[in-house]
Design a protein around this ligand. Structure first.
Ligand code: FIX
Ligand code: ZN
Length: 414
């Protein structure tokens, strides 16, 4: 007879995941489809770490080919030092689970193995190894490489769930109005009634075109959403109140908010140069209270905001917390955050999303998360047993399915 701990561990390994936020896409997205060893090694988490060890000038690094950058990162982070950080360990977990022998430290041999893979078969293999059934994408009409794919009538892949990403639109109005105008929307820099209704037409068109499951934005720590209207109301606030929220209500989809990112605090690091800041959560509380007909799903970057966000979720059932985002996606932090969230929210949240940018990362991000979640859940179920409550296997399966995206899907559909 397996012990309770063994049962929990097996259920966690066997339950497929609905990955609620990634930057992945199917092979049809051509150069946006990232996979393989050089994309793994040039992940921006590793770029940031490599610059701490190497004294290569920024311009010299960025002038290198992807393979040369990957060589440098491998040399600095795996050969000259032990690959002990979470992002380095992730590369090794991925390669090992794919059946490669990492102890040989043979990068050319690893490259040869990847060169033989067929992208479509490899996608299936990664999804199987990670046990991920659905991958939410980050779809941006503002991305010049992605927009034409949808405009040419791309019909989608049922394994990939589209999500409409609107950062430039909320954070960079009126500059973004120029793009909308070029695409045939009768907008002006001034957010008058006509412009707001054209903005809604834009959101509707793209929500329908891609079949968006939600609308998403990442926000700086100083984001404000005033309870009172006033002359100081920003374009972002007006767009949220008069375009995004009514749009989400009309389509019955959540508005996903990711507060706390300070973009480009070191521009020399490019994509790796973003930082974190403490957010004021009053704007989120105002949104949840003022718009009970809207659904908000939120992950937050600052570790110091996590407790307040969890308390907020207890107060508003139109708020669904998800994931250990970015700098929080480290085992010690996942462990702490998940315990705290379970203790305050039970099973009504989504502990993790992968945020994978490179397909193969699904393997390590979900494997590492599963290990941590196993320990946490084993303890929580054990505590129930001490109280005389014996969870059945079916109950544990139901709970884990909820934690692995089931609760999120229900929230989206509610
Ligand atoms: O804004 C986001 O969706 C972030 O996840 C990214 O911008 C970030 O670069 C990332 O990859 C974090 O994991
Ligand atoms: Zn992301």
């Amino acid at each position: 007879m397996p012990t309770l701990a063994e049962k929990v561990h097996k259920i966690i390994l066997d339950t497929p995941v609905f990955d609620v936020h990634t930057h992945l896409c199917p092979p049809a997205f051509a150069e946006l489809f990232l996979w393989g060893i050089d994309d793994l090694l040039t992940y921006h988490y590793l770029v940031a770490e490599a610059f701490r060890q190497s004294d290569v000038p920024y311009e010299k690094f960025w002038a290198m080919s992807k393979t040369e950058q990957a060589d440098l990162i491998w040399d600095e982070l795996f050969i000259k030092h032990s690959p002990i950080s979470e992002a380095c360990r992730g590369v090794l977990t991925t390669l090992s689970m794919l059946g490669l022998d990492v102890k040989k430290r043979d990068l050319p041999a690893i490259r040869k193995w990847f060169a033989k893979q067929d992208p479509d078969d490899y996608l299936n293999r990664c999804m199987e190894l990670a046990n991920v059934k659905t991958i939410c994408m980050t779809n941006s009409p503002f991305d010049d490489l992605e927009r034409p794919i949808w405009e040419k009538g791309y019909k989608g892949d049922s394994r990939f769930a589209p999500a409409l990403r609107i950062d430039p639109f909320l954070l960079n109005w009126p500059q973004t109005s120029v793009s909308l105008k070029n695409w045939g929307y009768d907008v002006s820099a001034d957010l008058n009634q006509k412009t707001l209704s054209e903005v809604r037409r834009f959101l509707s068109d793209w929500t329908k075109k891609i079949g968006a499951h939600y609308v998403m934005v990442s926000l700086p720590p100083d984001f404000r959403f005033p309870a009172e209207r006033g002359p100081k109301e920003s374009d972002c606030v007006r767009l949220i109140e008069h375009a995004v929220l009514p749009h989400c209500r009309e389509f019955n989809i959540p508005f996903a908010l990711m507060p706390g990112v300070k973009r480009s605090i070191n521009p020399q690091l490019k994509l790796a140069g973003d930082g974190v800041g403490l957010s004021d959560l009053q704007p989120l509380a105002t949104l949840c209270a003022q718009f009970p007909e809207n659904k908000f799903t939120v992950t937050i970057l600052s570790r110091e905001n996590q407790f307040e966000l969890t308390v907020l979720a207890r107060k508003f059932r139109n708020l669904h917390v998800f994931g250990c985002w970015w700098f929080n996606n480290n085992p010690s932090i996942i462990d702490q955050l998940t315990r705290m969230r379970i203790e305050m929210l039970g099973l009504s949240f989504t502990p993790q999303h992968s945020d994978a940018r490179v397909l193969d990362q699904l393997i390590y991000k979900w494997s590492h998360t599963r290990e941590v979640l196993s320990w946490v859940l084993m303890e929580k179920y054990d505590d129930l047993v001490y109280s005389g409550w014996h969870p059945t296997e079916a109950e544990i399966k139901r709970d884990v399915a909820d934690l692995f995206g089931g609760a999120f899907e229900k929230f989206c559909k509610s």
